[in-house]
Design a protein around this ligand. Structure first.
Ligand code: GDP
Ligand code: MG
Length: 598
């Protein structure tokens, strides 16, 4: 197809504003997917995405559109995630596009992630088409929302399309807007190949499959390609696109978005953000890559069965191909054995990675409680970054500890400003600014410790504002804080995987809450187990897990064998996610207890 008839675009929006639903309608209208194959949120191909109803991975799909001017167009649509944890995926997909459709919910209006995504789109020089969605809702206020978009973002909304992605109303006008208002890719088909790798995955038969946006030149089977960052060279076996089924093509041209397979067995050779060129006629320069994303949250991941350490390692390596923002390195815990310290962009990201490892790689894991990176300035004048509380040097060797702070921008309806400010204060927030956005909403700015945001801030914010507030945050640097390490002792022994770093004034309450929570979560055993929280060897909270009263099997004495078996099986089932630490069995939930306190 003529390059002038290609359109590469993303759909961007705040979470739940209707990206995936709009993508479904577009696939239907262009007959990309036949009606009988259609299911909701078809681009959300991961089981996990469908179950949770959120988009995690970006997905690219090629579609053909017969426009009202009688001409045919080739669209590459890239669906993106909306949650703040996955903005890395968003920025990657945007770099593969020339334009973006901005979806805004007609009842909810502009939200924090709407703004954040618009800024990413502008950074990538994308043309933006505003679309007002959910006009079928009785509470829809398209005029108010348009004005909001004009005031807050500065986008002209006089031609904004008002749609219902749910019913399909006016979605055809979105397709026309794509044809008329978005630019065609500007690359040069005669120039040396420059293909941006925006994603990749590992296929056990074919090796690494790279997803690329062809910015200049062409690529076809038998070409020798070079990854410009790593220098690795391969002969191309196959190229193709997703429609959304995988389809093989004879060649990918400038402006195409597709996949490349080249029997790449060495995972290290392929880096997301790298440029692929032709080894025989290389480009002078790689394309502009991506900002490296630094993890914000760390936790330890350990196989329940120690023998599966190597499997976990391999799974992490493969998953990283598909999720470049995941970081990991080996670590050991006295309590849990050999595992990995893993870095994530946020708690949802952590949750998703853990679940993908379990499902896609059939592993059973214990995750330790999450931590941010602390900067520990020692008395010898050096600074040590610490992402694992149990690695904190002894107090007498510490001069001061600094922790990461974020600037949080919160959009909140007027009536919830009070409760929202209260929450921020409680989380050690420092007030920066409050501005009136329009008649109904304000923008609140606070500086907060990242550690307070990553735990239960989202949940607390939701309940304080009935779900009407939204949050976006960015790291602003490190500040000194009065922090201490809190150890947990079970049966008199410190369990390193349960140690946390806490704000000193909160320590007493947290210690108590933690002890009570652990008492709830750790099943009774044959003997009494003291649970203690301690700071620097001084116990600050204590409780006991009582011993089991009697053997559960005693009830079955002389009775029917099958019932006895069932009971044993049930016990075994419950034990799956337990880890023996010393003489105490600890369930997975206990390691996460710190998340569900206050
Ligand atoms: P995403 O998070 O932006 O991908 O949002 P989804 O497409 O998953 O939609 C979020 C929710 O809004 C789902 O329950 C959709 O069924 C619903 N939704 C999407 N578009 C519309 C619409 O036009 N009208 C109504 N009433 N609901 C919609
Ligand atoms: Mg979605």
């Amino acid at each position: 197809m003529d390059q002038k008839h290609i359109r590469n675009f993303s759909i961007i929006a705040h979470i739940d504003h209707g990206k995936s639903t709009l993508a479904d309608r577009i696939l239907e209208l262009t007959q990309t997917v036949e009606k009988r194959e259609m299911k909701d949120q078809i681009l959300d191909s991961m089981d996990l995405e469908r179950e949770r109803g959120i988009t995690i991975k970006l997905n690219a799909v090629q579609l053909r559109y017969h426009a009202k001017n009688g001409e045919d167009y080739l669209f590459h649509l890239i669906d993106t995630p909306g949650h703040v944890d996955f903005s890395y995926e968003v920025s990657r997909s945007l770099a593969a596009c020339d334009g973006a459709i901005l979806v805004v919910d007609a009842a909810q209006g502009v939200q924090a992630q709407t703004l954040a995504n618009v800024y990413l789109a502008l950074e990538n020089d994308l043309e933006i088409i505003p679309v007002i969605n959910k006009i079928d809702l009785p509470s829809a206020q398209p005029e108010v929302v348009k004005k909001e978009i004009e005031d807050l973002i500065g986008l002209d909304c006089s031609n904004a399309v008002e749609i219902s992605a749910k019913t399909g109303k006016n979605v055809d006008q979105v397709l026309e807007a794509i044809v008329h208002d978005l630019p065609a890719p500007s690359g040069d088909p005669q120039a040396p190949l420059q293909a941006l790798v925006f994603d990749s995955l590992y296929d056990s038969y074919r090796g690494v499959i790279a997803f690329v946006s062809i910015k200049n030149g062409t690529i076809k089977p038998h070409d020798t390609i070079r990854f410009m960052a790593t220098g690795a060279e391969y002969e191309v076996l196959e190229v193709g696109v997703h429609t959304p089924k995988e389809v093989t093509e004879s060649q990918l041209n400038t402006g195409d978005v597709g996949w490349i397979s080249a029997a790449i067995k060495n995972i290290e050779d392929v880096r997301v953000g790298d440029t692929i060129t032709n080894a025989n006629q290389p480009a002078d320069q790689p394309l502009q890559g991506y900002r490296e994303m630094n993890p914000m949250v760390y936790c330890g991941l350990y196989p329940v069965d120690n023998a599966r350490y190597d499997d976990l390692k391999e799974a992490l390596e493969k998953l990283k191909l598909n999720d470049a923002s995941l970081h990991f390195e080996p670590e050991t815990s006295q309590a849990l054995g050999f595992g990995f310290r893993c870095g994530f962009l946020g708690l949802l990201h952590m949750d998703v990675v853990e679940e993908r490892l379990e499902r896609e790689y059939n592993l059973q894991l214990i995750a330790t409680s999450p931590s941010v990176i602390y900067h520990v300035y020692k008395t010898d004048g050096t600074m040590e970054p610490i992402d694992n509380p149990s690695a904190l040097p002894p107090a007498q060797k510490i001069n001061r500890i600094e922790e990461p702070y974020v600037r949080a921008e919160i959009l909140v309806p007027n009536e919830y400003v009070g409760p929202m400010m209260e929450l921020c204060q409680k989380k050690r927030g420092e007030y920066v600014d409050l501005q009136v956005l329009d008649d109904i909403r304000m923008q609140l700015v606070y500086e907060l410790p990242l550690s307070e945001i990553i735990f239960d801030f989202f949940d607390k914010m939701k309940s304080a504002t009935k779900g009407y507030a939204s949050l976006d945050y960015e790291l602003i640097g490190y500040r000194p804080s009065n922090l201490v390490k809190m150890d947990i002792l079970l049966n008199g022994q410190v369990v390193d995987a349960l140690s946390t770093i806490v704000y000193k004034d909160f320590a007493f309450n947290r210690g108590n809450a933690m002890a009570i929570k652990l008492k709830e979560l750790i099943p009774r055993q044959q003997f009494e187990i003291p649970v203690q929280a301690a700071i620097g060897g001084k116990v600050i909270a204590r409780t006991n897990i009582k011993a089991l009263r009697k053997n559960v099997l005693a009830k079955c004495y002389g009775g029917d064998i099958s019932r006895k078996k069932k009971l044993l099986e049930k016990q075994k089932e419950g034990k799956k996610r337990m880890k023996m630490v010393g003489s105490v069995e600890i369930p997975q939930e206990a390691f996460m207890a710190v998340l569900s306190m206050d």
